[in-house]
Design a protein around this ligand. Sequence first.
Ligand SMILES: Cc1ncc(C[n+]2csc(CCOP(=O)(O)OP(=O)(O)O)c2C)c(N)n1
Length: 291
Amino acid sequence: MAPGTRTCAGCGAVLAARMLLKATGKDVIVCEATGCMEVTSTQYPTTAWKVPWIHVLFENSASVATGVKAALEAQGNNHTQVIAYGGDGGMVDIGFGAVSGALERDDDIMIITYDNEAYANTGIQRSGATPFGASATTTPAGLESQGKKQWKKNIPMIAVAHGSKYVATASIGYPQDLQKKIKKAMQVKGARYLHIHAPCPIGWAFDSSMTIQVAKLAVQTGMWMLYEIDDGAFKRTMTPELKPVDEYIKLQGRFKHLKPETIKIIQERINASWKEMDNLEKCGVNLRTIL
Ligand SMILES: Cc1ncc(C[n+]2csc(CCOP(=O)(O)OP(=O)(O)O)c2C)c(N)n1
């Protein structure tokens, strides 16, 4: 990824792309859905991508990646990694049918979501990955609405339920963990799924100097949990002593309307998931087998 993109100051998504490519090296083809990382990186006739990159529709990056992989195989090329890449709107919602198809067929591609928790480039509309309570332009906080009413959609677990051999969550706040997971995923044949949490200063309303701090706090409070599911075996890759979620929430304008009782609901949900993850690790259930 070349410097000089037109991303906003403090953009987490461009860091995700940079960290990803540092881990993969140059023998990759990226098939990217429309979204922030496309509009900011490829103003005609320039490009910030130093690897082959294809702009595809909002809804079909995984299908295009499958086709590219098939074409490479027909040419006898079995070394180039093909990546289906997109934001949460493109991968978790509108392109999810294509993602699901590739996972179910076990196509030999890496499917990667950079998750800025909104349809950011079109004006911060809520997506399936927007967290509960967050204000977005389609779930605004005000007298009639208290932000998003639903919880964040859990695509990593849905990917495992498709039988994916390697699924992981990552964060731009922890680059080494992220890159280790990318490298590991590259060794696996079949459809692999990685979900990278990438804070967005504009959409989440925090100062652009705080992107990494916000990313780290998401993990340290349990709002975003780092784990991998390797051949069905679930393992957290970071188990911090969880800080109160308020420390994460209070930094962001999208949550500023939340009342203490709503923050309590979020905290309880985090505590419950964390406990279930403890149980999952202790009992050693194979998720590929049971889901
Ligand atoms: C079928 C279709 N619907 C809507 C759009 C308009 N559109 C382009 S990008 C985008 C939002 C992308 O959101 P996301 O995938 O989360 O990526 P981000 O912008 O946050 O990086 C939308 C709604 C489109 N290009 N195609």
